[in-house]
Ligand binder design. Structure first.
Ligand code: OGA
Ligand code: MN
Length: 296
């Protein structure tokens, strides 16, 4: 397999041509891992993957999350347990009504976020595979948290050094006015803590670890912590740090949840289908616990 790497944004995001994700040998896998450390978001065009092949490739990057939240809202699932269906289709492939609960829940994806920071063990990366895409709109935007960190004034870097943040899925959903969670799902998702600044395990670069799920800063008055998080998110999502991906069916985009943020862009049409499948690879541990282990 000969792989061509084309950087599509000055700071991050590359397209990899010449890869068939259903057949990746050891050399190609190493090349993908190197490209991933360097560019943080990779676009693989023209893939033809079954659900099993999508899951099998993802598993080579680490253990996968099993999806519970979306399935609990739908009351069932139409994919393998490791696949999160990011879609405006129902379980039996009909377009969801405008007031459909799952459609409302998914609006949360339009806030800048990082996947699964609200889980004790957050996510290393996500792999989103496009089955059906609308003719207009519905892009996904990505923001580079490494350059956003590098560009902070030194005084701000000192101010945020060592800070811990509380994250919760209910924080991000409250922001869009969604609160239809069962008592079970509330109990299953207690708030967790994550670090505010992460260090890349391969390159050593630092990045801001932010998400719509971030609620406040541990040990600070809530309003002050919220204000600082809002200021950092505004800084980190300026257009110069952002790349917008326009989807074509067959695209698989793999992003680093430790060093980028992303958000879904809306699309107008209520009668066009948008059906993507996401696998989510777990990180190696809770970020606060990992930091404590290194310090100890
Ligand atoms: C996701 C997500 C954005 C989109 O799948 O994690 O945020 O554009 N998707 O669908
Ligand atoms: Mn997401």
């Amino acid at each position: 397999m000969s792989i061509d790497v084309t950087r599509l944004h000055p700071l991050f995001f590359a397209r990899l041509d010449g890869v068939d994700l259903a057949n990746v040998d050891a050399a190609a896998f190493d090349a993908i891992e190197d490209a991933f450390a360097q560019h943080r978001v990779l676009h693989f065009p023209a893939q033809k993957l079954t659900q099993e092949q999508h899951v099998a490739f993802s598993r080579r990057l680490g253990p996968l999350e099993v999806v519970t939240m979306g399935a609990s809202i739908d009351g069932g699932r139409s994919t393998l347990p490791e696949i999160n269906r990011v879609s405006n289709l129902t379980l039996d492939n009909k377009i969801r009504a405008a007031d459909d609960l799952r459609r409302k829940y998914s609006k949360g994806n339009q806030l800048w976020h990082t996947d699964s920071t609200y889980q004790h063990i957050p996510s290393k990366c996500s792999l989103l595979y496009a089955h059906k895409v609308p003719s207009k709109g519905g892009n996904t935007e990505f923001a580079d948290m490494q350059t956003a960190y590098d560009d902070l004034p030194e005084a701000m870097k000192r101010r945020i050094d060592g800070l811990l943040v509380e994250h919760s899925i209910f924080t991000s959903r409250a922001k869009i006015g969604f609160s239809d969670f069962s008592a079970e799902s509330r109990a299953a998702h207690p708030a967790v803590q994550q670090v505010l600044v992460r260090v890349h395990p391969v390159t050593g670069r630092r990045s801001l670890y932010l998400a719509s799920h971030a609620s406040h800063i541990i040990g600070w008055p809530q309003d002050e912590g919220r204000a600082l998080l809002a200021e950092l998110i505004e800084h980190a999502t300026q257009p110069k740090y952002v790349h917008s991906h326009k989807w074509t069916a067959g695209d698989l985009v793999m992003w680093d949840n430790r060093h980028t943020m992303h958000r879904a862009m809306p699309f107008e049409s209520l009668d066009e289908e948008r059906d993507l499948h996401r696998t989510t690879v777990q990180d190696i541990g809770n970020t606060v616990e990992l930091l404590q282990k290194k310090v100890a």
